[in-house]
Design a protein around this ligand. Structure first.
Ligand code: CDT
Length: 313
């Protein structure tokens, strides 16, 4: 058995005017509760420190940069690092990263129990659009504010296991899980900010969004025999609803814990990383069963190319 106790720290809404310091206080309250539950690891959502700012159209670069962190830890987040180290708890959370050479990424870090940053991931699949779109009910401007991650999908050894991260929209793409699956990942943590409704005049509502949230993460867990831990920023931010549904999924694809609210809420589960072994050595023993000679199209072609129609058909 390789047990680790994971606390999923769902965050309720963060309004535009709320400061990082206010948010970090809420994060520490959840960390205090996680400590009471014996957590080894606490998982916070995508862009935890602020409201989901890609819903706002901005042109002024200084205003855009005000949503980003140019160092980590920094004055606002150091209390989080200090408390986690004091508790001997690993943490992972997302933030908007501005690098020293001026690049903008949607990033997650993994901080081990000693307070060292042992893992970093930069979001690869950026949804949305880059210019103001008047046909949408609301904007989703991730393609405007971030560039695609440049680190691939790394995994890293920590807490006695093999861990990886992805962020929000990444969870909808099977390649995300498979790349980490091929590196032996045993637990994937991911945060999300998912609007409860489709902005493009679709009938899709929050129940559909919650269904898809479970569907993709359960499939990713099962098909790679890995734990998947998904955590929401939820609730109504400046009039814009985001789904909750934070959850922990075992390597058989079953949900073992799920949030009930759209507020700050902790869910906790003790996960045995050795329970990944069965799937990884049977149905999903990649070295025995994968047929890479038939998969090359996956990395050589991005969009769909349909077969030519036959004459007369
Ligand atoms: N933050 C983020 O990536 N959100 C996207 C919204 C797309 S709507 C399906 C997501 O995939 O949840």
């Amino acid at each position: 058995m390789k047990n680790i106790t994971v606390a999923v720290a769902q965050m309720g809404p963060i309004q535009k005017a709320e400061t990082r310091e206010q948010v970090v206080k809420r994060m520490i309250k959840l960390m205090d509760d996680a400590k009471q539950c014996g957590a080894d690891l606490i998982v916070y959502p995508e862009l935890t420190l602020t409201t989901f700012f890609p819903r706002y159209f901005m042109e002024d670069q200084a205003e855009i940069d005000s949503w980003f962190e140019s160092e980590m830890p920094n004055a606002a987040t150091i209390p989080l690092f200090t408390k986690a180290k004091f508790y001997g708890m690993a943490i992972t959370f997302g933030y908007a990263e501005l690098t020293s050479d001026g690049k903008h990424f949607n990033t997650s870090i993994f901080v081990d129990k000693s307070g060292s940053i042992t893992g970093k991931y930069r979001k690869v699949h950026l949804p949305g659009h880059s210019e103001y779109d008047s046909n949408r009910d609301f904007q989703h401007l991730e393609k405007r504010y971030f560039q695609p991650g440049d680190l691939g999908f790394p995994v890293y050894r920590t807490l006695g296991g093999i861990f990886g991260m992805c962020i929000c929209n990444d969870r909808r793409w099977p390649e995300t899980y498979r790349v980490m699956g091929l590196k032996g990942v045993e637990m994937i943590t991911l945060g999300y900010n998912t609007p409860s409704f489709n902005s493009q005049k679709s009938a899709e509502g929050s129940e559909d969004r919650l269904f898809h949230n479970r569907l993709v993460q359960q499939a990713g867990a099962y098909q790679n025999s890995t734990w998947v831990v998904g955590v929401a920023k939820a609730g109504i931010e400046d009039g814009h609803p985001l789904i909750g549904g934070s959850l922990i999924i075992d390597p058989g694809g079953k949900i073992v814990a799920e949030a009930k609210t759209e507020e700050d809420e902790l869910i906790v589960h003790t996960c045995d990383l050795d329970s990944c072994i069965f799937g990884k050595t049977t149905v999903f023993d990649f070295s025995r069963h994968r047929r890479i000679e038939d998969y090359s199209i996956i990395t050589s072609q991005t969009g769909v190319v349909v077969p030519k129609e036959k004459d007369g058909s």
